[in-house]
Design a protein around this ligand. Structure first.
Ligand code: ZN
Length: 459
């Protein structure tokens, strides 16, 4: 097995920062200590740089069908882009067909990733047809390492399940150790607002945001938490976007409910003024939940710093401008989603650590450690420690990273952050002990990524 010594770097984990060398033997970290004097096949000098656990993005939609199109990154292009950005593991979403089984969906998604992915990947299961047999099937999936399930409170007719179904699933996790995650928006109310806007002849992208006000998120967050509280189990809120939603999470946590919540860089860095762009430009930012008013962003940063928000994931779901054009005459037909798998780590470092909103350790925690712990990847991943899988990033705090589409690797023809330059990015990215990106060049092998069997919740 090849050995690599990363020397002279500053090793940063969620709990400590220290100058140390990191010895990697094969797929795992063997030692972390100052001035290791050992022979290695390769030595990487990390002086002046941080050595951090590879990013873990627990919210991606690669190769995802959406009507008769699919998201524009598949498991090859999407994971190459992830690696460029310093992310070394993802948890993507498999989607049950209505009438179909969870097993069938998992098989389908494993086929999409197998032979293409560059980094390791796990799956959450989106349940959109809840029956007795499906409830029982949750246990079988957990045994196979798919330990989290997503339920939609939005998109009636397509994905939404009623409160009874979500409550039953939550109760099931009290016994099987699974984790229920929810997309929290009040779908029925949003549907009324959308139909009314269309009836009034409104077609522009900005109506996407106007028909999904923050209170529809806050209401659904409240309801989801109440269901979890009644079932006596934890719940995880995906892509929390608003100060209103965060307030509900805070209140629940203050009374002792185990609510975990994720936000995404787009809600921290972009705001709803993007929808005022002329013509169809705003379609680039059509995603659900939509971008919110700028004055709510400080609350989300504060939520991350104070541990009311626990993870930063991307909801990476890119569509090209020609795919977005399907909604040119009707905002409700614009494919929802935006690219982000590559830009997360640099954005969070620049806007979080450099801007003084997050400590270096908290940056590592929300981008890797906490996602690993919540979703059953810990202690294999999410830290730099002997015995852990060698997903390791040498991160240069001074590296200039351009966020223009032409400078990035995602298979999509625009960037939500066009024109933006941030500081801080990966110079060497190791995935399971192999260098996959070095000085901005991809040197890995598509297909080397493996399916991750995640652990069930223990407590
Ligand atoms: Zn999503």
């Amino acid at each position: 097995m090849a050995t690599t010594l990363i020397s002279n770097g500053t090793v940063v984990t969620a709990s400590e920062t220290r100058v140390a060398d990191v010895l990697i033997d094969g797929e795992r970290i063997q030692a972390v200590a100052p001035r290791l004097t050992v022979a290695a096949d390769r030595i990487i000098d990390a002086a002046g740089r941080y050595v951090i656990p590879g990013g873990i993005d627990v919210h991606t939609h690669l190769d995802m069908p959406y009507g008769d199109i699919v998201s524009s990154d598949d498991f090859r292009t999407g994971t190459i882009a992830a690696a460029h950005g310093g992310t070394t593991a993802i948890v993507d979403f498999a989607v049950q067909d209505r009438g179909g089984s969870l097993r069938g969906a998992l098989d389908g998604w494993r086929r999409r990733a197998d032979g293409r992915a560059v980094i390791d990947y796990g799956f959450h299961m989106i349940v959109c047809d809840f029956r007795d047999a499906v409830e029982r099937e949750m246990d079988a999936l957990i045994a196979e390492g798919v330990t989290s399930f997503k339920f939609f409170m939005a998109y009636p007719d397509r994905l939404m399940l009623d409160d009874g179904a979500i409550f039953r699933a939550l109760r099931r996790t009290a016994h099987n150790g699974g984790l229920v995650t929810v997309h929290a928006e009040n779908g029925a109310v949003i549907d009324v607002l959308v139909q009314r806007a269309r009836a009034e002849g409104h077609t522009a992208p900005r109506y996407h945001a106007l028909t999904r006000p923050a209170r529809t998120e806050a209401e659904a967050v409240y309801r989801a938490i109440a269901l979890a509280e009644l079932a006596g189990v934890p719940i995880y809120i995906v892509h929390l976007s608003s100060a209103e939603g965060l307030q509900v999470v805070r209140e629940a946590r203050a009374r002792g409910v185990t609510v975990l919540a994720e936000t995404c860089p787009q809600y921290l860095f972009l705001d709803d003024t993007q929808y005022a762009a002329p013509g169809f430009e705003g379609a680039k930012y059509v995603m659900s939940p939509p971008l919110r008013a700028r004055d709510g962003q400080a609350a989300l940063w504060d939520g991350l710093a104070r541990h009311d928000l626990h993870a930063v994931a991307t909801d990476h779901c890119p569509f090209t401008l020609s795919q977005k054009a399907a909604g040119a005459g009707d905002f409700s037909k614009i494919p929802g989603g935006a690219p982000g798998i590559e830009t997360r780590m640099s954005l969070m470092f620049d806007g979080g650590v450099r801007a003084g909103r997050l400590s270096l350790n908290r940056f590592v925690e929300v981008t890797a450690t906490s996602p690993a712990k919540i979703f059953g990847l810990w202690p294999d991943r999410g830290t730099i420690a002997p015995g852990a899988i060698a997903d390791v990033v040498v991160f240069d705090p001074e590296l200039e990273v351009r966020l223009d589409a032409t400078a990035l690797h995602m298979r999509v023809d625009y960037s939500p952050y066009e024109g933006m330059v941030v500081r801080g990015g990966p110079v060497v990215v190791m995935a399971r002990g192999e260098v996959v990106v070095e000085d901005g060049r991809f040197v890995g092998r598509p297909g080397r990524g493996r399916f991750i069997r995640r652990a069930a919740r223990s407590g």
